[in-house]
Design a protein around this ligand. Structure first.
Ligand code: ASP
Length: 435
């Protein structure tokens, strides 16, 4: 059995949904379809999910919101008309959503309706069953997927039937609807694939696979044929919008291959994401960068004489909402990078004052506008020339390196640069390593 997940661009309007149907009918094994909410139809359009969040916020603020909801309703009724379907069955469903949002159902519930309505519509169009994920996909308090989810789904799914499933949401441990983070329909597809032991998890989008670099940066950027789960996770962690990072966990456990494919060019092979791959002359998968980081630098003579200091510092930072994602240790110093959005300037000043006095630090500084570039590849540590190629390419492009982290991961090399240099760094490295 094949589980297919279609992203928002593949469901943005009636002609796209017709393409989806053609694809699904093209292989009898495609029996479960997971759908996103309708995405943008053009560059300046809005995603239904964004409109739904806006409705929930306007209701909470007591501001007018009906016009926004009307725009959402029109997205679905336009699709129904375009597909030549009756509106009658759908209008009461839309009215119920409107009532709940008005009653203050909150942003999780409101946002989840984008996928819910998509799935109800597509199920009716295909003549397939609609499978509700509320009360079946259980999201634990720490954000992980509760193991009971798989049993609940298996019980609900009849292997003889075909289903359309809404992506992006389940229930929390108190039984309330909860969404995943943005782009989370990928996670739903992965959960369903694991629950039924799919032979392939197809992830249909608007590009022909995972690019080695953001294709907006380099004309003619190439697509990866085959990459590992770990390569995808590492690329996503440094900002590549390839596939939701958290969607890898369910399929890794069951070793289910993922095939990223293009709804607009279905005969393209796309990218295969698998457990392991041969090097085949391609030690690396891709390069990407993520900005929006601040750097905290701490100095103290004999810093590490005090046992547990790292833990103590991190614990106090956490009190101020700062949770570093990258760290570097010297003998008398520590450098941490954290997302700038985690704390305001005022909170950072208070945190630094507290850390300095509590730990008698010699100095503590925070500076902003940093980016982390990741060179990702399953064979990154097996290429003795890599560090030299990377550093000389950046040097030639006059891009200063703020740190180099090689060896801490078997699948990536991380390079710190200033945020204003990050695009140039990524394109420079793409040309040096892949062109
Ligand atoms: N509709 C949700 C979003 O826009 C989830 C998804 O599309 O995967 O983030």
């Amino acid at each position: 059995m094949i589980v297919c997940k279609f992203g928002g661009s593949s469901l943005s309007d009636a002609p796209h949904i017709e393409k989806v149907q053609k694809i699904v009918h093209g292989d009898d094994e495609r029996r479960i379809v997971v759908v996103s909410a309708p995405g943008k139809r053009s560059g300046n359009d809005e995603k239904v999910t964004d409109l739904l969040y806006r409705c929930a916020h306007l209701v909470a603020e007591g501001k007018p919101w009906h016009a926004v909801f009307d725009a959402i309703a029109a997205r679905y009724t336009d699709i129904l008309s375009g597909l030549g379907m009756e509106h009658d069955f759908f209008l009461p469903i839309l009215a119920e959503v409107r009532e709940h949002i008005e009653a203050g159902a909150g942003d999780h519930w409101a946002a989840s309706r984008g996928e819910h309505l998509s799935a109800r519509l597509v199920a009716a169009y295909f003549g397939w069953e609609f499978l509700e994920t509320e009360g079946r996909i259980i999201i634990a308090d720490d954000g992980s997927v509760d193991e009971t989810t798989y049993e609940r789904l298996r019980e609900a799914l009849d292997p003889k039937k075909r289903y359309v499933v809404p992506g992006f949401y389940g229930s929390n441990s108190h039984g309330k609807v909860q969404t995943f983070s943005r782009g989370g329909s990928d996670i739903t597809g992965a959960i369903i694939s694991r629950a039924i032991g799919a032979q392939v998890y197809e992830n249909w989008t608007d590009v022909s696979g995972v690019y080695r670099i953001d294709p907006r940066l380099v004309e003619g950027a190439t697509v990866v044929d085959r990459m590992t789960y770990r390569e995808v996770r590492e690329l996503a962690a440094v900002g590549a919008s390839v596939f939701h990072e958290e969607a890898i966990a369910p399929v890794i456990t069951a070793s289910i291959p993922i095939n990223v494919k293009n709804t607009n060019a279905p005969s393209d092979e796309g990218t295969w994401i698998v457990e392991g791959r041969e090097c085949d002359g391609h030690p690396l998968a891709g390069v990407s960068a993520k900005g929006g980081f601040s750097r905290l630098t701490v100095h103290k003579l004999m810093l590490f004489k005090r046992t547990g200091i790292r833990h103590a510092l991190l614990t106090m930072m956490r009190v101020f909402g700062v949770r570093p994602v990258f760290s570097l240790y010297g003998i008398d110093s520590i450098v941490w990078f954290f997302e700038t959005s985690q704390a305001s300037e005022g909170v950072l000043q208070a945190m630094c004052a507290r850390l300095r006095s509590e730990f008698a630090l010699d100095s503590i500084e925070v500076d902003h506008a940093h980016a982390v570039v990741g060179v990702v590849g399953a064979f990154v540590n097996e290429d003795p020339a890599l560090v030299g190629v990377v550093s000389s390419a950046l040097e030639r492009a006059q891009i200063p390196i703020t740190f180099l982290n090689y060896g801490s991961s078997a699948t990536s090399m991380l390079i710190g640069v200033e945020e204003r240099d990050s695009k140039a760094a990524v394109t420079t490295l793409y040309h040096a390593l892949f062109a």
